[in-house]
Design a protein around this ligand. Structure first.
Ligand code: GCW
Length: 833
């Protein structure tokens, strides 16, 4: 009985509502058995020998973690305690304060050493590093071990980061909005100033530090020149101060036209001496105010940003003029490799945006200064659901590089879908570019190991926001966690990272861990299955919000995300023999694999080759049947996630349980929209029916346009595949209704109502059966469009309805503002289907 009460008490501790704000740093109480173990082996005291703010954060965090997990407050001591203690400090400070410990080690910057030492018969747990940031990282590493139930007695472990560069970029505008951010407004900016309350910046710094991320650029790469104005410096100073205790250095994204627009010069030509000295003076002034500024990020000659091409200069000229201003201060210049022509002629089959990064930068190899890093998106296009590794990684031998990974889920369902990106990143980082003898995976190339470069590494586009849980979806936090862990150690497996994150975030209950791991680790493939399999790329509205499905949005425009699907076949022919020559940008061993249909992996087939729909994959299926099947499989798997998640009720706190359940339920509905849209599109294009007879047939579905309408008017939807039957009904007046007479068998049913939730109003809906009100709801979600299309398409699931032949089923819609209470269809499905 006592034991039973004990268990209940434990569950109660774990189950209080959690907002997600502490992410994986909850330091939640351990279960009693492990807590007891750690309590008996851990020292009761701590002494810290380094006095910097970062080292103080380390001590504070240690206290906070031990108190949270074990319910014990460490005694803060000075000098070398006469009892067993945890000792914190840089190696040089520790050696000076306690030479009798005889600590000796070669430690790289930011790396740490967890060790055990003794003197005078007393044994100490030592957390030390070459610099104070390393000490902080050591504390986080130590606490993580405890949270994961790993042994911490008799420690001897050295950890060093795989690469010197572990940065995040935040595409935050100074007005407080975020380009491609899905977790609320900026934690940094509001109304063209640093926010009054910067407490979230400090909390974010803590999250970043726990992963070993050491710098953060705080404004959009589509940069407002104002960020460099002299009277703006105090704003930057305030943000730098908020980050500083966590060892996170601030960086700025700059606009290349600034010498002219901000400085009043008549030019921004990088080879003009006036321009060079303008950059130098500006950077000097900035470093006086922010001495630890990490550097700049520069997006030039890309998507309408000005760049060196204005003066016929090269990217190296542009990068170097800014880098030379930063160099005396130790600052780095990240020059983005994301340069391409967004007015490309789509009628020319030789044009290929995929080639752009290599074509622009490979010829400049060796021309960049040593504090320039070319920052390269992981694939040749733009964070699509599946891309090969960018060929540029294998082509730069005398230039520093960094891989840019996108943590914010721009093309991955924008936090409304759960997609764990680590398995995808792992594939890219582990991909061998065959850049020279021996293994040359992308991770080694960007870290500068392969060609012995002075610097390089990992940059993540993070875009956290003011939402309590940072991203708008609890599960999306795993992507920041995973990015940071990979930047520290890209050899960690996706399984290990997911496991760590889940335990830290939701606790160590085995069923919880297994369930969440299984959702996370399959989620990329699942998303790929319903949004763009076989290398088609994410079939979304690429000229708009990048969210809902729109199969042809990428075609017949200059943006170059073409997939060339027509009535005979699909895919971009990128071979040397017949296509754009893209495959030839890889080193010969890789090029050969991609060039030939026989060896090209199925998942990249349509990215690299144009084939007929009847082409047989390695799996033996035809392309068209694979497309159909993948979309059903993807949508079904998300339904399965809901069932899996429901099995966790009572095992995690209700708040996060309900939040994620709502998110997955929405995602499942959206996955069906994608499934039907893509499949119907390809059915119409190819004329080849689904061998399993599913596509275009929806038993139990009733189109709103064929119901009995009062007030509602029928509308064509664009693109047609975004709505069932290509049509919806919208309510032009205050109140409308759509009804039908049920003629099926008597029984228990679920009614799904597919409606549209536009952003410019909150309309209301009511569902009535035989005049009885069964359900009512409002269309109040935060979806990114004013239009009636796949992005606003939403689903209400109403289970447990008794229907009898002759029942009248009626939906009433009350419009609000610009939102028209629009309906697509209803589905009447026997319970359990
Ligand atoms: O993917 C595109 C995004 C733009 C972004 C750009 C970039 C910041 O749609 O919003 O601009 O990439 O990476 O520069």
């Amino acid at each position: 009985m006592l034991r039973y009460l004990f268990l209940i008490a434990n569950l109660l501790v774990v189950l209080h509502a959690e907002s997600g704000a502490d992410a994986w740093l909850r330091h939640a109480p351990l279960d009693e058995a492990s807590a007891r173990q750690y309590r008996s082996s851990l020292p009761a005291a701590v002494a810290t020998y380094t006095a910097t703010p970062v080292a103080q954060s380390a001590q504070r965090e240690l206290l906070r973690g031990i108190r949270g997990m074990l319910g014990r407050t460490l005694r803060i001591q000075s000098g070398l305690p006469a009892e067993s203690a945890i000792l914190l400090g840089t190696l040089s400070d520790l050696k000076q304060a306690a030479p009798q410990l005889r600590l000796e080690a070669a430690l790289p910057l930011d790396g740490y050493w967890l060790t055990t030492a003794s003197a005078g018969g007393v044994s100490y747990t030592v957390i030390t590093a070459a610099n104070d940031r390393g000490v902080l990282y050591g504390v986080f590493g130590f606490l993580r071990k405890i949270a994961l139930g790993e042994p911490v007695a008799a420690l001897h472990e050295k950890q060093s980061p795989y690469a010197p560069v572990r940065w995040v970029n935040e595409w935050n505008n100074l007005d407080g909005s975020i380009e491609r951010g899905y977790g609320g407004r900026s934690i940094f900016w509001d109304k063209l100033q640093a926010r009054e309350d910067l407490s979230r910046v400090g909390e974010y710094g803590r999250l970043l530090a726990s992963l070993g991320i050491s710098a953060c650029s705080i404004n959009n790469v589509n940069a407002n020149p104002r960020v460099l104005a002299a009277d703006f410096i105090p704003q930057v100073v305030r943000i730098a101060e908020a980050f500083r205790p966590w060892g996170v250095r601030v960086a700025l994204a700059v606009d290349f036209g600034s010498p002219k627009t901000l400085g009043g010069l008549d030019t921004f030509d990088p080879l003009d001496a006036k321009v060079a000295s303008w950059w130098k003076d500006l950077v000097d002034a900035l470093y006086t105010a922010v001495p630890d500024l990490a550097g700049f990020v520069l997006k030039a000659d890309s998507e309408g940003r000005v760049g060196p091409s204005t003066y016929g200069r090269t990217h190296a000229d542009a990068a170097n003029v800014v880098a030379r201003a930063l160099a005396p201060h130790g600052g780095l210049l990240f020059y983005r490799g994301f340069v391409y022509d967004h007015h490309a002629d789509w009628t020319n089959p030789k044009n290929d945006r995929g080639r752009a990064a290599y074509d622009n930068f490979q010829p400049l190899d060796g021309k960049f200064d040593d504090n320039v890093i070319v920052q390269i998106k992981h694939g040749p296009i733009d964070f699509q659901v599946r891309e090969p590794a960018s060929p540029l990684f294998g082509a730069l031998e005398k230039t520093n590089q960094a891989v840019e990974l996108q943590i914010t889920q721009e093309y991955f369902g924008q936090s409304r879908h759960s997609v764990f990106l680590v398995p995808m990143w792992k594939e890219v980082l582990d991909f061998d570019m065959h850049a020279r003898q021996g293994a040359t995976p992308v991770k080694a190339l960007v870290a500068g190991k392969t060609f012995r470069r002075p610097t390089g590494g990992f940059v993540g586009v993070s875009n956290v926001g003011l939402d309590e849980n940072w991203y708008g979806n609890h599960l999306s936090q795993a992507n920041l966690y995973g990015f940071g862990r990979l930047a520290w150690d890209p050899d960690l497996s996706a399984q290990r990272i997911s496991d760590e994150w889940t335990k830290l975030t939701f606790g160590s209950d085995p069923k919880t861990v297994e369930t969440i791991n299984s959702i996370q680790l399959t989620s990329w493939r699942t998303y790929e299955n319903y949004t763009g399999p076989l290398g088609l790329q994410t079939l979304t509205d690429i000229v708009g919000n990048h969210y809902g499905v729109s199969v042809e949005a990428s075609e017949r425009n200059g943006w170059g995300q073409w997939h060339n699907a027509d009535d005979k076949g699909a895919g971009m022919e990128r071979t040397v023999a017949k296509g754009t020559g893209y495959t030839g940008q890889y080193r010969p061993i890789v090029a050969k694999v991609y060039e030939s249909l026989e060896s090209c992996p199925d998942e990249l087939l349509l990215f690299l080759h144009h084939v007929p729909y009847t082409y047989k994959l390695h799996s033996g299926k035809t392309v068209i049947q694979h497309l159909y099947d993948a979309h059903y499989e993807g949508a079904d798997t998300v339904e399965g996630y809901i069932r899996q998640w429901k099995s966790l009720k009572g095992r995690i706190d209700d708040r996060r349980y309900n939040d994620v359940l709502a998110q997955l339920t929405y995602q499942a509905g959206q996955a069906q929209v994608w499934r039907d849209a893509v499949n119907n599109w390809f059915l119409r294009a190819s004329g080849i029916p689904d061998a399993k007879g599913r596509v275009g047939r929806h038993p139990g579905r009733f189109e709103a346009e064929s119901m009995k309408l009062e007030g509602y008017t029928v509308r064509d939807v664009t693109p047609w595949e975004a709505a069932s039957g290509g049509k919806a009904v919208a309510c032009p007046v205050a109140k409308c209704s759509a009804g039908l007479r049920y003629e099926g068998a008597a029984g228990w049913y679920t009614i799904n109502v597919r409606y549209f939730d536009q952003i410019d109003g909150v309309s209301r809906f009511r569902l009535l059966v035989g005049g009885q009100l069964i359900d009512e709801w409002t269309a109040a979600d935060r979806l990114p469009t004013r239009r009636i299309d796949s992005s606003s398409s939403a689903r209400r699931v109403v289970p447990g309805i008794a229907l009898r032949p002759g029942d009248e089923i009626r939906i009433e819609g009350m419009r609000d503002g610009g939102e028209t209470a629009a309906l697509d269809y209803i589905e009447i499905l026997p319970e359990g289907k």
